[in-house]
Design a binder for this molecule. Structure first.
Ligand code: ZN
Ligand code: MN
Length: 511
């Protein structure tokens, strides 16, 4: 049982930008502004000019329902927009259109891996709102002499997902965020790689004290760091006999600290009232129809992968962490051995992709299939396969071309083993010397094997096989104590090998 020594309570408010919708939430401005100059995707509505009127984007409502359902929320029959009044240049009309009473969905949950097993994180609500403009400060927010404003982002559809304060450590918060991105990513409503796709506000209190709200954290790593900082800061305040005040703090990504911005406002400070320019929305009957269109979600897919393909849960979890990766794996697993495919896609390919900051789209399924086929046919070694995958990612080409170019056509493992045995039998003195502690004696044996395999073998593999035969007495390496050893006489030299190797040598006619 995780006893939460600091009494940490964390609740997160995550803003998901529906950047895959074609247009903004209350106007017709197109949403693909990310590579365009500032203030080039704007109109009277999203600039908040007097007299302009919002019109709701039906696709945004559908996406909101999708997200609500995927988070196990209850989707309401009626929903209503509100004005949240505040004066700030990111919304020139003086208020944000958001939801208050009657949010589109509420009362859901997400399962995450907690400090002590599965943890259910409650979802208080997931409501719709408009994104404000983006403020750009020169240098740091507290030192900048002026503020630049880009309204391209203003009026983008947002879903604000508010969790219950169920997380007990920064690590759990991080896992919740990863899980949320994972789930929402399956719904094809946002591209998580675009700037500002998911923004986090974090509420944190310790020891039953007041909570601090940390605003506008732009990365998940940032969220974890900000929370770690806050725990230390709040502990220090308490240790000095002080009181943690309820306030809004800003996270400075560069310095990894939080700074006080203002004392926390309360809901009534915003003078919420129903948005008179938008009629209440009747959406009864929408949810069941949309539910039919939901894809198989990460948790369900993960369980199915374990059952259907017999792969390890760790692999299934990693493979379903992203929809594209899950589809890639499944397409490969249908044509290759699913377990081997899981190892190579998960442990090798995913690592190589992460290292290069690439997504799975950078690698062709057919290439994965040929690599697996070459491995299964023992045409290449595992090292060779890794080499091929790396070269494909760095330089392109095809596995066949790379094999030719690098001379990777590799003698099958059993041929290496036979050649190694022959090398030992033909050079028993070198074998005995190695066993007597003369490490360098191995080099001459490696040379013999390389010659026997006409340079086709992988030298590292040859060493591995030779060491295994001479030290453990058997190849592949198995637990030492399970091996019964015997001393055989080759020519005039005594060499210690395992019984299976001795039998093999006998069969081969060497002893
Ligand atoms: Zn607009
Ligand atoms: Mn919000």
């Amino acid at each position: 049982m995780y006893d939460n020594p600091d009494g940490v309570m964390i609740g997160l408010e995550v803003h998901v930008q529906l950047n895959k919708l074609k247009t903004k939430v209350f106007c017709g401005c197109v949403t693909d502004y990310h590579n365009d100059p500032p203030n080039s995707h704007v109109c009277p509505v999203c600039l908040g000019l007097p007299g302009s009127m919002p019109v709701i984007n039906k696709k945004a409502v559908e996406a909101a329902i999708k997200i609500g359902l995927a988070l196990n929320c209850k989707v309401e029959e009626h929903t209503q927009f509100y004005r949240k009044n505040y004066y700030y240049p990111d919304l020139p009309k003086g208020f944000q259109i958001t939801q208050y009473d009657f949010p589109i969905s509420s009362g859901g949950y997400v399962m995450i891996e907690g400090e002590d097993g599965e943890l259910r994180v409650g979802i208080t609500r997931a409501h719709m709102e408009e994104d404000p403009g983006r403020l750009v400060h020169e240098g740091t927010i507290d030192k900048s002499k002026y503020t630049l404003i880009d309204y391209n982002r203003s009026g983008m559809a947002l879903i604000e997902i508010v969790s219950d304060p169920d997380m007990r450590s920064p690590k759990e918060a991080r896992r919740y965020l990863d899980k949320l991105r994972n789930i929402v990513g399956y719904l094809d409503v946002f591209d998580g790689n675009l700037e500002g796709a998911m923004r986090v506000d974090a509420n944190i209190s310790i020891m039953g004290g007041q909570r601090a709200e940390i605003k506008n954290i732009s990365s998940f790593k940032g969220a974890e760091r900000a929370l770690l900082f806050e725990i230390v800061r709040q502990k220090n305040v308490l240790r000095r006999g002080g009181v943690v005040v309820q306030e809004t703090r800003h996270f400075d990504e560069a310095r990894e600290i939080t700074l006080s911005m203002r004392t926390k406002e309360e809901a009534h400070d915003y003078r919420y009232f129903p948005e008179p320019d938008l009629v209440p929305l009747k959406i009864s009957g929408w949810a069941p129809a949309i539910k039919e269109t939901l894809p198989e979600l990460p948790d369900a897919r993960r369980m199915r992968f374990v059952e259907q393909y017999g792969i390890k849960d760790d692999h299934a979890k990693a493979l379903t962490s992203e929809l594209k990766l899950a589809i890639f794996y499944e397409d490969v697993a249908k044509k290759a051995d699913p377990k081997t495919a899981a190892v190579w896609v998960c442990d090798v390919l995913k690592g190589e992709l992460n290292y290069r900051d690439l997504t799975v789209e950078a690698f062709k399924k057919e290439h994965m299939l040929s690599v697996l086929e070459l491995l299964a046919g023992r045409k290449i070694t595992e090292d060779g396969a890794v080499d091929i995958i790396r070269t494909l990612l760095d330089k392109g080409g095809s596995p066949e071309e790379i094999i030719k170019e690098k001379g990777l056509v590799i003698v099958a493992g059993d041929i290496v083993e036979t050649a190694a045995l022959e090398a030992i039998v033909e050079n028993p003195q070198a074998a005995a010397d190695y066993q007597a502690g003369k490490v360098k004696a191995l080099n001459s044996l490696v040379g013999v094997v390389m010659k026997k395999t006409k340079g086709g073998a992988d030298a590292r593999k040859v060493r591995e096989v030779l060491i295994a035969i001479l030290s453990d007495g058997f190849y592949p390496p198995i637990e030492r104590e399970k091996i019964e050893k015997t001393i055989i006489k080759i020519g005039d030299v005594m060499v210690e090998v395992s019984k299976p190797i001795a039998n093999l040598l006998k069969k081969m006619g060497y002893v």
